[in-house]
Design a protein around this ligand. Structure first.
Ligand SMILES: NC(=O)c1ccc[n+]([C@@H]2O[C@H](COP(=O)([O-])OP(=O)(O)OC[C@H]3O[C@@H](n4cnc5c(N)ncnc54)[C@H](O)[C@@H]3O)[C@@H](O)[C@H]2O)c1
Length: 355
């Protein structure tokens, strides 16, 4: 019989409850929630109602020898302290994103993980998201030729959720909240160094933290990226938009629909005449003849498994000696890009990097 790993959760808020639900639905994943600790008594009551152990303190949870893995899912400002505490208690640790609120903090945790020899991973769960995989696999298949630019954006119109996300000292703001996911996806997709960072941050509803941002990245292999996160956009642009030498790819929205338009006759495209539009005459921007392109409809891939269970499976694999998939070193690169973005936004300048 294969070992079932017992999970202790510190910070039993809405995301942690998502982990609980997922593991309850995926009993074959060999990770089972034993108990939780949260500062909020209401969350402890919820845990008791779900027949989980509600530990009287963090120390009590960490001292339970039955706990093999600790999930840190508190607000961001205490991730570092709790990860270090859990590792020093001999636990394997999975920390919610953003793993810490600075690269210095993360380096501290990584040192402790190395000294204890325990597995330390991060819930960068969006690497298996279907929209991302749809873009990635089609680009990697060469459907649009050589990619030279990609845009990744998520846009809401309901503002930021109230609470800690609006407070700087608790690690709020959309860069640490959503930026961390979108940058992680891009740096997983293109592993060449990020050489230039330029970021514009917007304070629409909150002075303390950015509720929107636009971030430009240059990659060493020549690809550029625009990452946009917004909570105040009432008309949205595509979730993914990728430009290649032989075509364009778009993933429209959360439903994972989209299209690739591939050029068939790249050289034979010009009419001699000027084209007249409602917005004036043009030759350069004149529309193509329909027969000069191939259009491929995109829809959600059905052969990719997405969900937190995938993250736990890789964690169990790493505990049992396999290579870790979501590595702290990767999170460190993402963290450094975010730091360069904050510096860029503050100083209104591009930052040369080699991350
Ligand atoms: N991976 C994802 O897709 C994803 C999605 C949402 C949130 N998150 C991350 O999950 C974490 C929690 O976010 P959330 O939306 O669940 O927030 P939340 O406010 O719902 O939950 C946070 C919980 O942590 C508890 N807490 C705070 N400090 C604590 C401490 N020192 N000890 C014990 N408990 C403490 C709070 O009482 C609260 O119940 C954040 O790091 C967030 O970035 C990740």
């Amino acid at each position: 019989m294969k070992k079932i790993y017992k999970l202790g959760i510190i910070g039993y808020g809405s995301m942690a409850h998502g982990h609980y639900d997922c593991l309850k639905d995926h009993k074959d994943e060999r990770v089972e929630v034993k108990g939780v600790f949260d500062l909020d008594e209401k969350r402890m009551e919820l845990a008791r109602s779900e027949n989980l152990v509600a530990y009287e303190s963090r120390e009590a949870l960490l001292s339970d020898p039955e706990i093999d893995i600790v999930l840190v899912a508190t607000t961001n400002e205490v991730h570092k302290e709790i990860c270090i505490d859990a590792l020093n208690h001999g636990k394997n640790v999975i920390c919610e994103k953003p793993v810490t609120i600075s690269s210095d903090e993360l380096i501290e945790v990584m040192k402790v993980a190395k000294n204890t020899g325990k597995v330390f991973t991060i819930d960068q769960n969006r690497r298996t998201n279907l929209d991302f995989q749809l873009m990635k696999r089609n680009v990697e298949k060469g459907e649009i030729g050589k990619i030279y630019h990609v845009e990744s954006r998520v846009e809401g119109s309901r503002g930021m959720p109230k609470g800690w996300r609006t407070l700087k000292r608790l690690g709020g703001g959309m860069m640490l909240d959503w930026g961390v996911h979108l940058i992680d996806q891009l740096m997983y997709f293109n592993t060449s160094a990020v050489t230039n960072v330029f970021c514009k941050m917007y304070n629409i509803d909150y002075d303390e933290v950015e509720d929107n941002f636009q971030l430009w990245l240059d990659f060493k292999d020549g690809m550029t990226a625009l990452v946009e996160v917004a909570t105040n956009n009432y008309i949205t642009k595509p979730r993914w938009y990728a430009l290649g030498t032989k075509g364009t790819l778009q993933v429209d929205n959360w439903d994972c629909n989209g299209e690739i338009v591939k050029v068939i006759d790249k050289d034979n495209t010009w009419d001699e005449r000027i084209f007249y539009t409602k917005a004036g005459p043009t030759k350069t921007m004149a529309p193509r003849r329909p027969e000069s392109v191939e259009r491929i409809k995109l829809s959600e891939p059905t052969d990719i498994e997405d969900g937190l269970q995938v993250v736990y499976r890789q964690l169990v694999g790493a505990i049992e000696g396999k290579e870790l998939t979501i590595k702290p070193e990767q999170a460190l690169r993402v963290m450094k890009v975010m730091e360069a973005a904050f510096e860029s936004a503050e100083n209104h300048t591009a930052i040369k990097t080699n991350i």
